[in-house]
Design a protein around this ligand. Structure first.
Ligand code: SF4
Length: 274
């Protein structure tokens, strides 16, 4: 996997706390209380720093440590609005918040596409992936109004076609010759299940509810984890070093340790067991 571009990594120092204001927080998703979108979090200081940054998990704000904007925050702050923050009277804060949500989707697509083009197995479709990366990057430089007017769903659909194609090619290389595919519990049945004895190499785990599953020591090589919910999944000692389409946010919500093997592009959360 390539060392993904710095521009797709969250850099809070270059942002105006956009995620701390624009997003809706739900008490059921790692926040102590609900918060309306567009309303500043009570812990956000006037210099856009978080007053409890080093203590988020102890204060019941796991959701903040899990969130990843894929660098959309700094792009909106520094490029789209050229350094004007959401308190500036010259701009519409609501427009800026809407733009942030669109930019995050575009940057998330770029994250996955950059992963896709770093793989060797799907070389035959690299040209198509390169073209859509260029198209997506161009969209991120549109002005606020044009970004809001974008048909983001149709662009996402085009991206998804290539991500799916990549997944098929990569996983088929692993699954070739395997007569019987492993039976993986689906939907709600998957939550809390023990998957330690299931062969998950090359598995299709797209959007799976892997919440609180036991994946301890499991080899997830070339498994597709796009959109999989790994909250509280036990991945101690698991091998995720070359699974595909995984994000920092998924890793941040799981329970790993120093023996969990991660892709080079992702960081080991400081709060994991040693
Ligand atoms: S607690 Fe800190 S990081 Fe979380 S939303 Fe509030 S200001 Fe942002």
């Amino acid at each position: 996997m390539i060392d993904l571009d710095k521009s797709l990594r969250t850099d809070c120092k270059q942002c105006f706390g956009l995620c701390c204001v624009a997003l809706y927080f739900s008490a059921s998703e790692g926040f102590p209380t609900d918060k309306e979108s567009g309303k500043s979090c009570i812990n956000l200081k006037s210099d856009f720093k978080c007053s409890i940054h080093n203590n988020l998990r102890n204060q019941g704000l796991k959701g903040c440590t899990a969130y990843d904007c894929f660098g959309a925050g700094q792009k909106v702050a520094k490029v789209t609005y050229k350094g004007c923050d959401w308190r500036d009277e010259k701009i519409s804060s609501n427009e800026m918040f809407d733009v942030f949500l669109i930019m995050r989707q575009l940057h998330e697509m770029l994250w996955y596409l950059n992963q896709a083009i770093s793989l060797k197995e799907n070389y035959s479709i690299h040209d198509k992936i390169r073209t859509i990366i260029e198209d997506t990057e161009k969209l991120t430089y549109l002005d606020g109004k044009s970004l809001i007017g974008l048909d983001i769903v149709s662009h996402k659909n085009k991206v998804n076609v290539l991500l799916l194609e990549t997944s098929e090619i990569v996983r088929n290389k692993v699954l070739n010759g395997q007569k019987k595919l492993p039976k993986i519990p689906r939907g709600l049945d998957c939550i809390g299940s023990d998957l330690r004895n299931v062969n998950l190499k090359g598995a299709n785990l797209r959007g799976s509810l892997l919440i609180a599953t036991n994946l301890r020591g499991v080899d997830l090589s070339k498994a597709d984890l796009i959109g999989a919910d790994l909250r509280d999944a036990d991945i101690r000692g698991a091998n995720l070093s070359d699974c595909i389409f995984i994000t920092q946010s998924q890793i941040n919500t799981a329970k790993g340790d120093s023996s969990t093997k991660l892709p080079k592009s992702l960081n080991r959360p400081f709060y994991w067991e040693k």
